[in-house]
Design a binder for this molecule. Structure first.
Ligand code: ADP
Length: 189
């Protein structure tokens, strides 16, 4: 048996997206990536996208009010009923509190928060490489540094938040995709 209401937490470049896709295949539950949803909103030029774009390009977090709305709508969709992998949400204590408030109405609670740990030097190297391959507009060095600071100041406190809820599991994010995936599977068992 594996937990199926999951959060993947970790700094930009830690491998959350890659590992989320493996979990989608293994567990048959959807990945909910607020970063992907916001990028789609920007591409479709929706009101949410127009509000988010400036923050994203600068590497700043999009305001909680915007992101919480996006996540809440997505979590209410039928495919999330049997479980979900939250990738990149929550990213602030305010978002975590909003999530805790919305889950009872959906009839579930969080089961595990996987914290992917990777050193900052490795992260920056990975993100610069990804910038060359994917050409994401926020993968330039200035934005990457800002995203690291945002992570340290606003997102890292969530590790203690979920330790407090008794669901945090720290996983070494260094190694091959398979090695890290096996560690995550062990943490979910
Ligand atoms: P990464 O983890 O590599 O930074 P994401 O795709 O998760 O990439 O996020 C890209 C950008 O989208 C973030 O820098 C931020 O501007 C915005 N974003 C995504 N999720 C959130 C969130 N939960 N809260 C605030 N901003 C978010």
């Amino acid at each position: 048996m594996s937990a199926t209401r999951l959060i993947l937490l970790g700094p930009p470049g830690a491998g959350k997206g890659t590992q989320a896709l493996r979990l989608v295949e293994a567990l048959g539950i959807p990945q909910i990536s607020t970063g992907d949803m916001l990028r789609s909103a920007v591409a479709a030029d929706t009101p949410v996208g127009r509000e988010a774009k400036g923050y994203m390009d600068a590497g700043k977090l999009v305001p909680d009010r915007v992101v919480v709305g996006v996540a809440q709508e997505r979590l209410a969709e039928p495919d999330a009923r049997t479980g979900f992998i939250l990738d990149g949400f929550p990213r602030t204590v305010g978002q975590a509190e909003a999530l805790d408030e919305m889950l009872p109405a959906l009839g579930c609670r969080l089961e595990r928060c996987i914290v992917l740990a990777v050193s900052e030097a490795v992260l920056i190297e990975r993100l610069l490489k990804r910038a060359q391959i994917e050409g994401r507009t926020d993968d330039n060095e200035a934005s990457i540094r800002t995203r690291m600071v945002e992570y340290r100041e606003k997102t890292a406190p969530l590790i203690d938040y979920y330790r407090g809820e008794g669901i945090a599991a720290e996983v070494d994010g260094l190694g091959s995709v398979e090695e890290v995936g096996d560690r995550i599977a062990a943490a979910l068992a």
